[in-house]
Design a binder for this molecule. Sequence first.
Ligand code: UD1
Length: 416
Amino acid sequence: MDAVRIYGGNCLSGQTKIQGSKNASLPILAATLLIDGTCEITNCPDISDVYHMLRLLESLGCVVSREADAIRIDTKGVAECDMPADSVGVMRSSIMLLGALLARMGEVAMEYPGGCVIGRRPIDQHLYTLRRMGVEITEGPEGFCARAGRLHGAVHELPFVSVGVTENLVLAAVLAEGETVIHPAAREPEIQALCEFLVSAGGKIEGAGTDRLVIEGVKKLHPVRFRVPADRIVAGTWLAACLCAGGRVFLEDAPCGQMESVLACAENLGVNLRRLPEGLLVEGRACKGLKEALVTAVYPGFPTDLQSLFMAVIAFSGHGGRIEETVFENRFRIVQELQKMGADIRVEGNRATVRGGRKLHNTIVEAKELRGGAALVVAALAAEGTGIVTNRHFIDRGYEDIARSLRDLGAEIELT
Ligand code: UD1
């Protein structure tokens, strides 16, 4: 079965190590295409999105090998510039290969990328900004063809902050002729990791972590070994689990410095936290209401990827709260499933009002996307009875083994 079974009602106790970041490893794996030779990427999470990215790289001619959490990618044989439709369709990050492949091959044909159905997720800004760097793009109903000689730098004043567009432009600019400026650039830690990777390979990038990136194109990058940082969204997921179920857990390697908006929200909900160099110690459960609405925003604001997890938390906490989603328009698909469990949630446009203090009960619920699926598992930990979350494949996109990690934390849970 493609599901997770949860025996709810237990307090958590234990410790787990946070896996490497999905959203950092995907663009870094794409970036290896810019380097002739073999790169080694360590701490890469063993998740289905990484599997699909590696399949895409292999289909382009890379030789990929994996030993424990280290992935070696030899790009010497890259010859193809058409990507297999099934991998492109399943994952939004396949768009990341566009900037990198154009820089490497000068030509790309691909279908429109897939990913979680959390909004319209257009790629208009990806295409518009690449055109400004000398790329000719012909769009069709199913996909598009992009062609360029050596890309040239450009000054990009973007209409809004986009993680994906910033990453694609960094990948296109690092080997382009001349200087590229990206403003406002996304400041997410995953972009900082991508820039660190490229700089260690000989790229010239200034301003990583600020809203203005300046990239001076270089002729060549050299192979490197790079360690992917820990996943702040996975750490936030286990934090939400403790907030729902209560207990005392240690999240080894949790990147506390990247989680301040989330940690502050958790503290407002009444939990005790200790930010340590080795990770995060969490004690207690959500027992207070949110004084102000939880509003998602670009980094360093509250991440949209943890919004549904905190919706599950607030549905249990005594006083409830309000949520406003400002990044993706379709991030409330979990509401109907939480309602099946007895939650009291009202949605109006991009706002949700959650009445807390309900005793939720377990039943069969359906994951409809990655983080919403994880949120249903987390909610089930604290609900009464036995719950099943179906469509586990969505959760497997971003979590190595959600049952194993939560068992480390004392939950009774299994994959089925
Ligand atoms: C990335 C993350 C995702 C996270 C999101 C926001 C990866 C693999 N995914 O997604 O987990 O939730 O950042 O932090 O890293 N937009 C356009 N046109 C474009 C591009 C984007 O209108 O050409 C819109 C999107 O529909 C969305 C907003 O811009 O409303 C922000 O999206 P973006 O930051 O690009 O998210 P992703 O890179 O897709």
